[in-house]
Design a protein around this ligand. Structure first.
Ligand code: ADP
Ligand code: ZN
Length: 222
């Protein structure tokens, strides 16, 4: 059994969560979202949760040491033993360097998405409070207003999905996370997937990503 350790990299709103959650069943490895880990910790109202909320609400990155510790705890669970699809991590060179010492990533998929798409997506994004499914008020509407198609849960707009915080998150992405593209290119792990048309349905991008993963999994010629 080969392990499949995949990182999805791309700006906030690139669709990392949407694609990763659709890939997880076909690939048989769990979707690990550090954004979800952060939100769970905040919801649990632990001391740490209260502390990291101050960063998350402003769209700022939480400190590397804390993020790495929270993620490492999650990856120790048995369901991650055959691999994972990581979404939202690493977000800084520091995180990537530390992670290289803990785990060996097989493939990094970079989602190229222009800013105007990101702003449209995030400012219209709705999330199910119960199961986390992502919708969009314009392009990926639920069947009933504010109700999840899958679980009847209530849909809500994330606190950091407002125009000011969206712009801040984008700026932080360009400054702190985008250098990782070069970092992984040098290690020969990077594959690009373009998503530059708002009308492309998510299934199509998921297929593109699967093609990239299949190419990686094909045994190389002797
Ligand atoms: P986005 O939609 O902006 O990609 P996420 O859901 O991935 O947002 O993350 C939400 C928030 O959680 C981030 O704004 C940040 O505060 C925190 N966070 C998530 N992943 C990381 C990380 N790898 N390093 C630092 N902070 C993180
Ligand atoms: Zn739901």
């Amino acid at each position: 059994m080969i392990t499949l350790k995949i990182v999805l990299i791309g700006p906030p709103g690139a669709g990392k969560g949407t694609y990763a959650s659709r890939l997880t069943s076909t690939l048989g490895v769990p979707h690990i979202s550090t954004g979800d880990i952060v939100r769970e910790e905040i919801k649990a109202q632990t001391k740490l949760g209260k502390m990291i909320k101050t960063y998350s609400d402003k769209g700022e990155l939480i400190p590397d040491e804390i993020m790495i510790k929270l993620l490492a705890e999650k990856l120790r669970k048995p369901d991650c033993k055959n691999g994972f699809i990581l979404d939202g991590f690493p977000r800084t060179i520091k995180q990537a360097e530390v992670f290289d010492r803990i785990s060996k990533i097989n493939l990094v998929i970079n989602l190229n998405v222009p800013d105007y798409i990101i702003i449209q997506r995030l400012s219209n994004r709705l999330v199910c409070r119960r199961c986390g499914t992502i919708y969009n008020k314009l392009t990926l509407k639920p069947k009933r207003d504010n109700v999840c198609d899958k679980c009847d849960g209530e849909l809500y707009q994330r606190k950091d999905d407002n125009p000011k915080v969206i712009q801040d998150r984008l700026n932080i992405y360009r400054k702190k996370t985008e250098p990782l593209i070069e970092y992984y290119k040098k290690k020969n792990l990077l594959k690009n997937v373009r998503c530059d048309d708002l009308k492309i349905p998510p299934e199509e991008i998921v297929e593109k990503i699967k093609t990239v993963i299949n190419q990686f999994q094909k045994p190389s010629k002797p």
